[in-house]
Design a protein around this ligand. Structure first.
Ligand code: AQP
Length: 345
């Protein structure tokens, strides 16, 4: 079984996707589909690590799928599906629960942030989340994982799990005919682009997030032009005009964030943004930012809405993607079971 280049990534259907998801990860997904075999998943099993209203969850799964397609992911070229339709994720996730060490999970900062002070009340699933994420990637023996900066630590854990599995079962892997003893690849994070960490519009020190209680903190891919304009106009800033050099953004997280968003949406560098807008007051710069944001996001919101009008078609896309995903994961899981020593029919 040769390891071939393959891309895997996913987003949680915990609400509408936002500008951070788009600029941090999805723009790279769209590029990679031109050159690679790509699997893009709606990771619904991850979403339920915190309680989700069942009707809302069903709607979000379809809404995220619609956003994927509307943003430019081709469901014929790529494999698009929701995680829970392919049992390999949960099966391999369990095996990785038995490979990963407690000490490794204890270091995960995202668990600490999401569990908050009342850690005893967090679900076991939230704690084991990174093991399931490793399974998502490795069930397809994926080699490249385009994600935002916040997923770097989870990716490192996936690499550690792959390596430990290969070491723990080296003899068995070789006995299965894989001479070099490397069954799982070391998945490479692809964390590139001008906006790998988009910050909240209300607080430039906090990541833009679906679960932030304030909708004003983020621009959703489903927001209409008026909503985008209102959110940008209300975005927190400081009182100084924009600097003319990037060095002048230091210690000004909100200004830095808005300039970074503009740069990413307009496909130019921050330096260029400051050459064009340096010296302006925020009120003026924000008007230009609204223009580029609406030009980029307006068509995505409109196309998502059109797709959401036909949920049966979205379900059909997901079912088709799931079938193709199962076909890739099946031989991998058969080998995993043979390697571990599980008897299968
Ligand atoms: N603010 C961000 N900037 C850049 N990239 C981001 N990503 C998320 N937020 C930002 C990237 O988007 C992908 C999908 O993320 P996810 O849906 O799996 O969950 P998340 O990272 O936990 O995102 P949220 O919005 O904060 O969701 P909730 O609030 O539900 O936890 C990932 O590649 C992520 O890096």
């Amino acid at each position: 079984m040769q390891i071939t280049p393959r891309v895997f990534s996913g987003m949680q259907p915990t609400g509408s996707l936002h500008l951070g998801n788009y600029l941090g990860a999805m723009v790279n997904w769209i590029e990679l589909q031109k050159t690679h075999a790509c699997i893009y998943c709606v990771v619904d099993l991850h979403a339920i690590t915190v309680w989700q209203d069942p009707d809302e969850l069903r709607r979000s799964i379809r809404q995220v799928t619609a956003a994927y397609i509307a943003a430019g992911l081709d469901p014929r070229k790529n494999v698009l599906f929701n995680q829970s339709q392919v049992s390999a994720h949960a099966e391999l996730g369990w095996i990785f629960n038995c490979v990963a060490r407690l000490g490794w999970l204890n270091r995960m900062t995202q668990f600490k942030e999401k569990a908050g002070k009342d850690r005893e009340q967090a679900s076991v699933g939230l704690y084991a989340y990174p093991n399931l994420m490793a399974a998502d990637i490795l069930a397809y023996r994926a080699t490249h994982v385009p994600v935002g900066e916040d997923q770097k630590q989870h990716l490192e854990l996936a690499r550690d799990i792959a390596q430990k599995f290969n070491n723990d079962f080296k003899g068995s892997i070789v006995a299965q005919g894989i001479a070099d003893g490397v069954f799982f690849p070391q998945p490479e994070p692809v964390i590139t682009g001008p906006a790998t960490r988009v910050m909240s519009l209300r607080d430039g020190t906090k990541k833009m997030s679906k679960s932030d209680p304030s909708d004003l903190s983020r621009i959703n891919l489903s927001d209409d032009a008026d909503t985008v304009a209102r959110k940008v106009q209300k975005a927190k800033t400081d009182t100084e005009p924009l600097p003319s050099e990037t060095a002048g953004l230091e210690g000004r997280p909100e200004a830095d964030n808005l300039v970074g968003i503009y740069a990413a949406l307009a496909h130019i560098g921050k330096q260029q943004v400051l050459r064009d807008h340096g010296g302006q007051q925020f009120s003026q710069f924000k008007r230009s930012l609204v223009e580029v944001a609406v030009a980029k996001l307006g068509p995505i919101a409109a196309e998502s809405e059109r797709l959401m009008a036909d949920p049966a078609e979205i379900d059909r896309v997901l079912a088709d993607g799931a079938e193709r995903a199962r076909a890739i994961a099946r031989p991998v899981m058969e080998k995993v079971k043979d390697i571990v020593g599980l008897i299968r029919s």
